[in-house]
Design a protein around this ligand. Sequence first.
Ligand code: SAM
Length: 285
Amino acid sequence: MLDASWFTEQVPDAGSAFSLKIKQKLHTEQSPFQYLEIYETESFGNLMVIDGCTMVSTRDNFFYHEMMSHPVLFIHPDPKRVWIIGGGDCGTLREVLKHPSVEHAVQIDIDERVTRLAEIYFPELCESNNDPRAELKFIDGIKWVKDAQPNSVDIIIVDSTDPIGPAEGLFSEQFYRDCFNCLTPNGMVVQQSESALFHLKLIGEMRGAMSRAGLSHLQTLFFPQCLYPSGWWSATIASKAPLASFREQECADKAFSTVYYNSDIHKAALAQPEFFKQAMTAESV
Ligand code: SAM
């Protein structure tokens, strides 16, 4: 048994847990939407926890933020308008704004407190918040997308918490229909899609709902993320139009720095494990 100097996220359904040794608790609060905790850890820098689930750490957030943004931005032929639904720690926004083609990026998180805490405890993730192309909104992303004008966005990145509480509706067919309506003809959604080892059924259901909503060209990509359950995470891209190959040469020549993502990682992330292919064929998605 671990003592109180460890933070542990248990995943009872999977009979597993992940722990980090804690130096000190820096902050706790109940926001109007969720319970927020910030810790200083021994070896992962600062850690944000929402409703008991690990969200972001200083040390390993680059895997997630880079893989939620760069693959889809290099697949889209000319991404100009990007929305990030959730993403309150601002790390995905920072990565999106590294792309010079992006003219306007809106981050729509339901909970302003997540961003205010990120500004204090993860300032490096918030360093592009004052970019003139950036806009921060603090409202429900489900309503934002439902009320949006047709043809108004190229890419929607759904950087949400797990499909419980305020994020539940972000995994619904109705939400994907609303996304379809406001995307441009070659528009696409990318959504964090949990772990293929622990949440295969959820990924199948999510891909089915995306498909039925008209976002029928699908690609799930895989990447490591030791903070999250199973240590192996995924994102699913869902497009109106057939998915082109990515702009490989532009990716190889990119003028900005990344820690994990590059053109070889892009190709490797698209490789589909055998059990995943079989499960998705069985689900017909
Ligand atoms: N990287 C994380 C993960 O996969 O576990 C996600 C991090 S990000 C901090 C998740 C954000 O989604 C939170 O800030 C939360 O407030 C936001 N969120 C949850 N439901 C939402 C909704 N309906 N609309 C907008 N933002 C939402």
